[in-house]
Structure formats: structure tokens, C-alpha cells
Design a protein around this ligand. Structure first.
Ligand SMILES: [Mn+2]
Length: 317
């Protein structure tokens, strides 16, 4: 039995944390193996979804348990997630920076375990594999603070990394969205089957191609449009991609907008003349930014033409 979300306070027992991480990892692995989630298909690290009845998308949380709680209570999560036709997608970057990373990771795993068909957990660059560089990774220290030094490193390696490995890298909702944490890869595949294949195999090929690195770390930039399609990122990993890259990916996949997180902003920002829409959902570690989430229903998704149409469906925290 996992504890209810309302009960998380300053003490989160290790046993509850571990059970919930385990349950959620098992569910993710089963869905990956079965190739199935309600209203969609799981193909490798890609989830292809039909347009849901209602869709809520949450950007980077970075250990800000307060904003997560606010979003969940605003959407009335118990009732909302009990309906498989509704989806709640987290864009990744659950951990690091904020004070309550373990609690946030616990909470999103709790939601996945309780509502496996409605909750989609994506991988962010802060949930990268151990062989990738992650500069500001304070999460292992947070679990040491909470659970003590002895077990924390083995907990991290035996439970947390396998969970990260089971998270999905991209979601495609045809006619609407390509959803990723950072961005689309700068190299655009020639045709639709290859584009789907590239996204589906990103995790499996992560040691041989840069696709996963780019999905997790890339950022859109308007400024490189005239000079080329992409440039090296100032982050030291990943790339900046231009408008031509966004528009080619959207044409290949047959979608209107690339939805992503990864960059602090005023709750949302629009790049590439409406082709890329960034959602940012954390406040605690970014006092200069704002936090918001997307809440949109199927009719509005069907009518969607550009990222500009999403502004009115953003809710500030
Ligand atoms: Mn990020």
C-alpha cells in the first residue's frame, strides 16, 4: 500500500518511497513490453497517443513540491485521472535544485502507480543515464538527507536509475503535438517512418547516436534561422535548433506544435513563430521566472493551428 499524496509531510518513510518507485518502474516496464497504454501505443521510447478528451501538461518541477500539489488540487486529480480518456503528461526534470526532489519523484510515481493509463512520465535531462554528464545533480544528496548515508547510493543505483531508464523520451499526438523534454534532434529524418523510428529507438541507441542527448538537452533558437539549421548549445551538451528543423519535424510527423520544457521562462514561451511552445512549471529555484501548466480539451486540440493558440490554455501558479 502506498500512502496518499495528502499525507506527505516532512517525513517520507523509506519503505513507502521504495515501494512506490518499484511499483511505478514495474508498471512502466510492463507498458513498454506490452506496447500499449490506454488511447495509444508504446513504441520503444516513443508513445503515440490519440487526441485525449482533456490534456494537462506540466513542465520542469525541479523539486518544487508546492507547485505540484497546487496543480494536482486545481485539476482535481483523483477524479480527472480516474478517466483514462484524460491524460496528465509530465515533461521531466522532476528533481534537482529544489528542496523536495525525493517528494516530487515519490508523488509522480505515486500518480503513475495509481493511474497507470492516464499518467505519462517523460524523461528530462536531470533523469539522464549514469553515463551522461549531469552538472548540477544534487538529488543523491537530497536522498541522503532524507534517508541517511548508508542506503542512499545503493537506492540511487538500484532503484532510481532503473526508473529513469523506463521513462519515455517523446510523445506524439498526431495532428497536434510532438512532445519532448528539450527539443527535436537537429538532423531531420527523410520520411515519416524514419522519423517515428528515430524517436522510438532513441533510448535503445543512446550510446551510438546523439538522438537521446538532443531530445533531452536541445533548445530552440530563432537567431540561427538565417545562418543554418543548428549550432552547438551553450549548455556544453545538445544543440540549438532553428525554425527549419522544427518545421521539417512537424511536417514529417504531421503535427502542429513541438511542446517542450527545459528552459525557465514566464510560465510559457513561443519560439519559431508558433512552432515551438515551452512550458515551465517550477517557482522555488527560479524566482525570476513564472510557473504555469497547460490544460486543454480535445476540441481545442483539433482546432489548434499554432503555439499561439495555446496561450489561452495556460494556467499560472
Ligand atoms: Mn531540462
Amino acid at each position: 500500500m502506498v500512502r496518499g499524496l495528502g499525507e506527505i509531510s516532512e517525513d517520507l518513510p523509506l519503505i513507502d518511497f521504495c515501494n512506490t518507485i518499484d511499483t511505478s518502474t514495474k508498471i512502466l516496464k510492463n507498458q513498454n513490453a506490452a506496447g500499449q497504454i490506454s488511447g495509444g501505443k508504446v513504441i520503444g521510447s516513443l508513445i503515440k497517443l490519440d487526441i485525449p478528451e482533456r490534456l494537462v501538461v506540466v513542465g520542469d518541477i525541479h523539486g518544487d513540491y508546492g507547485v505540484l500539489n497546487t496543480i494536482l488540487s486545481r485539476i482535481g486529480y483523483e477524479r480527472y485521472l480516474s478517466d483514462d480518456h484524460n491524460k496528465l503528461i509530465f515533461l521531466g526534470d522532476y528533481i534537482d535544485r529544489g528542496r523536495r526532489s525525493p517528494e516530487v519523484l515519490y508523488a509522480v510515481c505515486f500518480l503513475k502507480a495509481r493511474f497507470p493509463q492516464s499518467v505519462i512520465l517523460m524523461r528530462g535531462n536531470h533523469e539522464a543515464p549514469a553515463e551522461f554528464p549531469f552538472p548540477s545533480h544534487d538529488f543523491p544528496y537530497r536522498i541522503m538527507d532524507l534517508f541517511g548515508h548508508d542506503q542512499s547510493m545503493s537506492l540511487y543505483h538500484q532503484k532510481i536509475l532503473p526508473l529513469f531508464h523506463a521513462l519515455c523520451l517523446s510523445v506524439v499526438i498526431e495532428n497536434c503535438f510532438i512532445i519532448v523534454h528539450g527539443g527535436v534532434p537537429a538532423q531531420v529524418p527523410q520520411d515519416r517512418p524514419k522519423a517515428i523510428e528515430t524517436l522510438a529507438n532513441a533510448q535503445a541507441n543512446h550510446m551510438t547516436t546523439e538522438t537521446m542527448e538532443e531530445i533531452l538537452w536541445n533548445d530552440p533558437r530563432d537567431s540561427i534561422f538565417d545562418n543554418g539549421d543548428f549550432e552547438r548549445s551553450r549548455r556544453g551538451i545538445g544543440k540549438h535548433f532553428g525554425r527549419a528543423v522544427s518545421s521539417s519535424w512537424l511536417r514529417r510527423i504531421n503535427a502542429k506544435v513541438i511542446l517542450r520544457g527545459h528552459e525557465p521562462c514566464e510560465g510559457y514561451k513561443i519560439d519559431h513563430q508558433g512552432l515551438v511552445f515551452t512550458i515551465f512549471s517550477c517557482k522555488e529555484s527560479y524566482p525570476m521566472s513564472k510557473a504555469a501548466y497547460l490544460d486543454i480539451v480535445s476540441d481545442e486540440m483539433i482546432r489548434l493551428k499554432s503555439g499561439d493558440d495555446l496561450r489561452q490554455h495556460m494556467h499560472y501558479l
